[in-house]
Design a protein around this ligand. Structure first.
Ligand code: GSH
Length: 219
């Protein structure tokens, strides 16, 4: 029997893009339902009553929440191809560490850059560069964080590269000047169909962020 897979998402969300990449890597067909986060659907409230956030993956009627948990679920359930987690326990612990490091930093710091100003924005710019340099050091000379093929940490981080143009424009910074190897990695990732088909256009993200700044009266 065909499986029923539904993704509740929102197009500028890097967290939702992660899930799209993982599903594309596995070649899973699914229905994408776009949420309006300013007027959440009864389905989202039913499927994620605790956090009421996207993404939610609904597999045969059952919800899975939290993007990194969803990716691990996808990797376990559809293990026939494109493994995203390392098979070695130690390497798996390291991949989880770095994905968690991404989660603890990039969204919050990025938001302080694109929606902030003044001293805190300057501090956030420094924190962002420090964070990205740590990621670049972890990448080292590897092709992907996952080694020769895309893995858990790549999937966790690459959607946020669609926000780089927004961080750069509002923060007046250049990620490429600071972290050229990371930008080369991002380009390698987007040569993969699973990634390019799942990422939003950076200029659309910028327009979205600009709209939010205007909505919240940020000068
Ligand atoms: N840690 C969550 C973060 C998800 C998240 O922050 N989703 C945002 C959109 S990017 C959301 O649904 N926000 C709605 C709200 O906060 O009410 C994950 O990884 O899935």
């Amino acid at each position: 029997m065909a499986e029923n897979v539904v993704l509740l998402g929102f197009w500028p969300s890097s967290f939702a893009m992660r899930v799209k990449i993982a599903l594309a890597e596995k070649g899973i067909k699914y229905e994408s339902k776009e949420e309006n986060l300013f007027d959440k659907s009864p389905l989202l409230l039913e499927m994620n009553p605790v956090d009421k956030k996207i993404p939610v993956l609904i597999h045969d009627g059952k919800p899975i929440c939290e993007s990194l948990i969803i990716i691990q679920y996808i990797d376990e359930v559809w293990h026939h191809k494109s493994p995203l987690m390392p098979s070695d326990s130690y390497l798996r612990s390291q991949a989880r560490f770095w994905a968690d490091y991404v989660d603890k930093n990039i969204y919050g710091i990025g938001k302080r850059i694109w929606s902030g100003k003044g001293e805190d924005q300057e501090a956030a710019k420094k924190e962002m560069i420090g964070f990205l340099k740590n990621m670049e050091a972890e990448l080292g000379d590897k092709h992907f964080f996952g080694g020769e093929s895309i893995g858990f940490v790549d999937v966790a981080l690459v959607p946020f590269t669609t926000w780089f143009y927004t961080y750069e424009t509002f923060g007046n910074l250049s990620v490429e000047a600071e972290c050229p190897k990371l930008i080369a990695w991002a380009k390698r990732c987007s040569q993969k169909e699973s990634v390019s088909a799942s990422l939003a256009d950076p200029h659309d993200i910028y327009d979205f962020a600009l709209g939010l700044r205007m909505k919240y009266g940020i000068q």
